[in-house]
Design a protein around this ligand. Sequence first.
Ligand SMILES: [Zn+2]
Ligand SMILES: [Zn+2]
Length: 225
Amino acid sequence: MVNCLLCNRSLTKKLTISEIVFPGPIREQVVCKVCFQKFDRYSSKDVCRGCGRENEGELCADCQRWQQQYGWYLSHRPLFHYNQAMKEFMQQYKFQGQYHLRAVFQQSLQTVINQMDYDLLIPIPVTNHTMRTRGFNQVTGLLENIRYTELIKHREKQKVAQSKKDRQSRLKAKQPFFLNKRISLQGQQIVLVDDVYTTGRTLYHAAELCYQNGCKRVQSLSLAR
Ligand SMILES: [Zn+2]
Ligand SMILES: [Zn+2]
């Protein structure tokens, strides 16, 4: 018997007509409908071209500021709103270290990533300190069934965790990343993946590094925003 990873109710798998007619790999359900419905998906219509924010017109004020600062803006796609359910999920998965919860959104991410056109999928790294204390990178956990390249590393350990900094000090932060291997990124199309998009600061640092190393295009994706 398989139980919902979030509420522990038992999951009874009913085959759909198409699964009976076209038997193939059955998509494994890990969360019940009631739990999954608490997560609020982003719409893909009428969103900011930069950050995916809804009802913002072409390019929101924040993304216009990034464009002024860098001369380009990141084409970012968030999957779910950072609502109460997502907040609780992050609390359990990331901060309480319940690594088995990585399975909750693997399928959602995989579906979106499969539709994207890119050469390299690069997860945002965690600091060495986080790796030692948490024991895992919450981003690569979400990407378990997908081929990715851990090309970006943290330059040094940060004394204050990102989530504890206020918006201003986060926006002013210096480039925290460097490229792990001497791989030519010349002409490559890259998708960066992070768990949460907050101000965009982290992803812009990573994207800047990619562009400085010759990338043609950098897009990004986050589970939540
Ligand atoms: Zn449930
Ligand atoms: Zn925006």
